[in-house]
Design a binder for this molecule. Structure first.
Ligand SMILES: [Zn+2]
Length: 310
């Protein structure tokens, strides 16, 4: 008896030609995690797979497991979202490529999902949504604000009753959106850098290495606006100026207090509110620099696509 067919939500991470007519496709699937399958006849198919097995496509997948290997047989794919805008804009495409490369580097086949699918979906949806609010393209009119939040993105939920948070490095307390940041005026590059910083903060937590931004790794004193800090990639957390001074460390990545504050705030936000955080231009450079160092240390490899944003 052949194995029963199963269904799952999936995002295409990789697709390679195999033989004359087949394709080997790597997906990230809800609940299952990373999964690789063979789509028989995909290069000839006019109905089952055409325009569906593209990088980043969000699909509803029907497949059968193999008795002898982890490679599944892809029976059919239904397109849920092609993320068309990120295919038409180079900075958006490069940002999606960073998300893809990080995901491929940190996951293995069939290791389960545990929230990673939702983060991946958030990352691609948010990158894909950037053009709506950054380029004044008449084909993509701006959507009306959700509950006063001018940066509402696809998939975002209205912030119920509370003002949206915007934390600006160097300023305290948090300043409501409408007074501080108009996302529609941000250049695309800065806008996608913001998504990449927020994505990575959640990404490292998801793989079990949440950066400690709450207290000094050495003296365990809580974060203070009166201290200077650097980030220790080996230890996975911030080190205060007093401890750094005592040990004379030069390997720490400088991190301003404002950047620490907004990234720590991001760690505590649910995904549907994350898009409300806008990091300053200088904060973005710092954040991406320290996150790149940290990722390099953890994954023991360079994320090549990130270089475009450093
Ligand atoms: Zn310390």
């Amino acid at each position: 008896m052949s194995p029963a067919s199963k269904e799952t939500a999936a995002i295409v991470l990789d697709c390679q030609d195999h033989g004359e007519s087949d394709q080997i496709v790597t997906f990230f699937c809800k609940d299952i995690g990373r999964m690789t399958g063979i789509a028989k006849g995909a290069k000839r198919s006019q109905k089952r797979f055409v325009n569906k097995l593209e990088l980043f496509s969000s699909l509803r997948l029907r497949y059968k497991e193999s008795r002898t290997s982890n490679l599944v047989f892809i029976a059919e794919a239904e397109l849920v979202d092609s993320f068309l805008r990120l295919r038409q804009n180079m900075p958006l495409y490069m940002a999606a490529t960073v998300i893809r490369e990080l995901t491929l580097s940190a996951t293995r086949d069939l290791e389960g999902d545990d929230g990673f699918f939702a983060l991946l979906q958030w990352g691609l949806r948010t990158v894909d949504g950037q053009r709506l609010y950054t380029n004044r393209d008449p084909r993509y009119p701006r959507r009306p604000p959700l509950n006063g939040c001018s940066c509402a993105l696809p998939g975002a939920e209205p912030a119920m009753g509370r003002p949206p948070l915007v934390v600006v490095p160097g300023r305290h307390p948090a300043i409501p959106h409408s007074r501080s940041t108009d996302h529609s005026s941000l250049p695309v590059q800065l806008s996608v850098m913001n998504v990449l910083a927020l994505f990575q903060i959640k990404f490292f937590e998801q793989i079990g290495y949440r950066p400690n931004l709450d207290s000094c790794l050495r003296c365990h004193q809580p974060f203070s606006v009166d201290q200077e800090y650097g980030f220790d990639s080996r230890g996975g957390g911030i080190v205060c100026g007093r401890c750094r001074g005592e040990q004379g460390e030069s390997s720490l990545t400088p991190l301003s207090r404002g950047t620490i504050r907004i990234l720590a705030s991001a760690q505590n936000q649910p995904l549907h509110r994350l898009h409300c955080l806008q990091i300053s231009r200088s904060g973005l450079r710092e954040a991406l620099s320290f996150l790149t160092h940290y990722g390099h240390h953890l994954l023991q490899r360079e994320i090549c696509s990130l270089k475009a944003f450093l």
